[in-house]
Write a protein that binds this ligand. Structure first.
Ligand code: TPP
Length: 287
């Protein structure tokens, strides 16, 4: 696949993903609860969407022609909030209120509370079906906006995901793209042990979707694939993004223990040190 994205853009976006990881760890540590594993795994995907691919406007979050991004795996809320704040939807300072009573930034996303949040989520499994509804609405309105849904690999064990998948295929919803954060680990163990989803590519294909598999931490690949998906107009599309749960924090990587747990003070310092080092490394590679 030919890439039209400059090295500068790819590096800038990669760096933002790492900054969001620091935000996530900071928010969860401050709150004393939250979900680091599945937030860290999706950092590049969410960055590519919110900071580049989506047609959204932080000054006008309800702009009718905006693209819709649905965080179906709502427990990754800290990542979404950090991205929205850094993109200018609300003040960065507000991230400090994550999970506090009366904060706009609750433990799971609430579309009526937070600017830029398009779907209330946290109860897993609903994003694909909601995405189908929105994609049909866009079609009825003859509107150009697109719908993107981020789901977890454990999440797609839910039956309603596949009801949505059938319907998207029936109506050939070319304006709908699902991204599976395929980090191989769910709440309390490996996905393949709890309820295998493989062969995942074949499953989506059998449901009538256009499927592609990528490295979900490779910014250029993500950007190129999102562009490629725009060229496919006559069927729904799914990107299987291979990722690492807890990506970037050595002691969290690949561990279900870190699915929904806050680091203690010592772990927090270690995590922030590692993430800062990753950012330094990226910056040095720019020179
Ligand atoms: C319907 C429903 N059942 C159970 C839960 C509790 N829960 C929260 S996250 C999670 C695991 C999700 O795993 P996965 O989709 O792989 O998420 P990720 O690894 O990306 O964090 C579960 C079971 C929920 N939020 N909703």
């Amino acid at each position: 696949m030919e890439s039209f994205h400059s090295e500068k853009l790819v590096k800038e976006l990669s760096k933002i993903a790492w900054i969001l990881r620091k935000d996530v760890i900071d928010m969860i540590h401050r709150a004393g609860s939250g979900h680091p594993g599945g937030s860290l795994s999706a950092a590049e995907i969410v960055t590519a969407l919110i900071f580049h691919h989506l047609n959204i406007d932080p000054k006008n979050p309800q702009m009718p022609e905006r693209d819709r991004f649905l965080l179906s795996k709502g427990h990754a809320a800290p990542l979404l909030y950090a991205a929205l704040a850094r993109r200018g939807f609300f003040p960065l300072e507000e991230l400090k209120t994550f999970r506090q009573l009366d904060s706009r930034l609750q433990g799971h996303p609430d579309r009526l509370k937070t600017p830029g949040v398009e779907m209330t989520s946290g109860i897993l499994g609903h994003g694909v079906a909601v995405g189908v509804g929105l994609a049909l609405a866009a079609r009825i309105d003859n509107a150009k906006w697109r719908v993107y849904v981020l789901v977890g690999d454990g999440e797609i064990q839910a039956g309603v995901i596949w009801e949505g998948a059938m319907m998207a295929s029936k109506y050939r919803l070319g304006n709908l793209t699902v991204i599976v954060d395929f980090n191989k680990v769910q709440l309390d163990g490996p996905v393949h042990e709890i309820m295998p989803i493989q062969p995942v590519t074949e499953k989506w294909k059998a449901f009538g979707w256009y499927v592609t598999e990528i490295d979900g931490h490779n910014m250029r690949e993500i950007l190129d694939t999102l562009d490629e998906m725009d060229n496919i107009q006559d069927q729904p599309k799914v990107i299987i993004a291979h990722t690492i749960k807890g990506k970037g924090v050595s002691f969290m990587e690949g561990k279900s223990y870190w699915h929904g747990r806050a680091p203690n003070d010592e772990q927090y310092l270690q995590a922030m040190k590692e993430l800062s080092q990753a950012i330094k490394k990226l910056e040095l590679s720019e020179e």
